[in-house]
Ligand binder design. Structure first.
Ligand SMILES: Cc1cc2nc3c(=O)[nH]c(=O)nc-3n(C[C@H](O)[C@H](O)[C@H](O)COP(=O)(O)OP(=O)(O)OC[C@H]3O[C@@H](n4cnc5c(N)ncnc54)[C@H](O)[C@@H]3O)c2cc1C
Length: 380
């Protein structure tokens, strides 16, 4: 297709910055760039009709980590990294609330829980020590002395079966991911950012002054700087990155007349998660039941995982309750050997902010801020 001069000088004009990927990370990066430097010309390029990775396909938890998950992170990556991640997530959630308030994005500080069953046994004394230690370490970040506490008394009230222990985190909440993504998109567009959808980037070439972007649609695109925010799909543009796709599958029930629980729930070190959405149950995870199969960027659903989720739902969460499932979907997370996002300069004019793992709703505002500072620091 031949491009008109009008198109060349408007939609496809050379920019100060092109951001690849219009999920939460790309959008927050554009937001911070514009806040710090309103004159900057920016285009976000996304291959989807809407952002199509994880940002509009997640569970909408506004969370910063459950007890077992954070303890497991300390064992894997050390205390400092765990605390740094909690800080980024917690501050990120505060940022979201500051910018959008509660109503526009259906944010509610509903409280979060972690549950244990015979399949995930814990030593109660060890658990007490872990709660005490985490509360002490997280206090300077969350300004709450007892973020985590035992809530075994609520097990019966919630109607669960086979649950041996329950922990509560009253600082957790949930939100509507679709509304947040749309509101953020509208904000960056109102700040003057061009958003181009339906363009799949395949590579780039750099010269001294600019970056030229190749794409399947053969649209002429170039910028002084490129920021890659394609998360799980980043290897397509930056093959050397330590990032692997991890599919997350979800199901949603029809409304239930008397849903006995409300809040966000974590199970099995965060591999399972569920929440109420009004009086429906949104349940996702079980990736650890088929790791190899779920290490994919194919946005499909599978019988193995869906059946596992349904088993958990019927035996543990809604025992003896009649329900039907109305929706099923999947999204793709970007994981790696570490949970810390990769935010760095890759080439002189090319940068990345990727690997948002399973808590990118919370991480993206700060990841975007860091990425924006990095680009501005290296501005030609
Ligand atoms: C099932 C599921 C549940 C989750 N639950 C939660 C939760 O409750 N709370 C939480 O905090 N986090 C959750 N997450 C994680 C969170 O959604 C992600 O970490 C976050 O959305 C990542 O945002 P991102 O912008 O970095 O990536 P993405 O949202 O994946 O955005 C990347 C974008 O890049 C585009 N793209 C890819 N390749 C190209 C290309 N070649 N050219 C152009 N565009 C391209 C894609 O279309 C996509 O829009 C969940 C994830 C999943 C999958």
């Amino acid at each position: 297709m031949h491009i008109s001069v009008w198109e060349k000088e408007s939609f496809y004009a050379h920019r100060d910055v092109i951001i690849a990927g219009g999920g939460f990370t790309g959008l927050w990066s554009a937001w911070h760039l514009k806040k710090q430097h309103p004159d900057l010309t920016i285009t976000i390029v996304d291959r989807g009709i809407i952002p199509t990775g994880a940002s509009t396909r997640n569970a909408g938890f506004a969370c910063f980590g459950s007890v077992t998950e954070l303890i497991s992170d300390v064992r894997h990556s050390g205390e400092d990294q765990m605390l740094e991640l909690v800080k980024m997530r917690y501050k990120g959630l505060q940022y979201i609330r500051k910018v959008f308030g509660k109503k526009a994005i259906d944010f509610e500080k509903c409280g979060g829980y972690e549950l244990f069953t015979a399949a995930t046994p814990v030593n109660p004394r060890e658990l007490d020590e872990q709660i005490e230690w985490l509360n002490y370490k997280l206090h300077p970040i969350v300004h709450e002395k007892k973020a985590f506490r035992k809530a075994d008394k609520k097990i019966k009230q919630f109607g669960f079966s086979g649950v041996t222990h329950l922990l509560e985190n009253k600082l957790e909440g949930y939100l509507h991911s679709g509304k947040l993504c749309q509101a953020l998109l509208q904000q960056v567009q109102s700040m003057g950012v061009t958003v181009l959808n339906g363009i799949e980037l395949t590579g780039f070439e750099q010269n001294a002054a600019s970056v030229i972007l190749f794409n399947k649609q053969d649209i002429p695109l170039s910028a002084d700087q490129l920021l890659v925010c394609t998360n799980a799909f980043a290897k397509q543009l930056l093959p050397a990155l330590d990032i692997v796709p991890a599919r997350g599958q979800v199901l949603l029930t029809a409304p239930l007349p008397d849903l006995p629980f409300k809040g966000t729930f974590h199970y099995d070190e965060g591999f399972y998660y569920f929440r109420n959405l009004g009086n429906r149950v949104l349940l996702g995870g079980a990736r650890n039941k088929a790791f190899a199969e779920e290490t994919t960027d194919n946005m499909a659903i599978t019988d193995t995982i869906q059946q596992e989720l349904e088993h958990f739902l019927s035996t543990c969460l809604l025992p003896g309750v009649q329900y039907s499932i109305t929706d099923r979907w999947s999204g793709i997370m970007g994981m790696g050997t570490e949970k810390m996002p990769v935010i760095r300069q890759v080439h002189p004019n090319v940068f990345c902010a990727v690997r948002m793992s399973g808590m990118g709703v919370a991480l993206a505002p700060l990841a975007g801020e860091k990425a924006a500072s990095l680009l501005l620091h290296h501005r030609p």
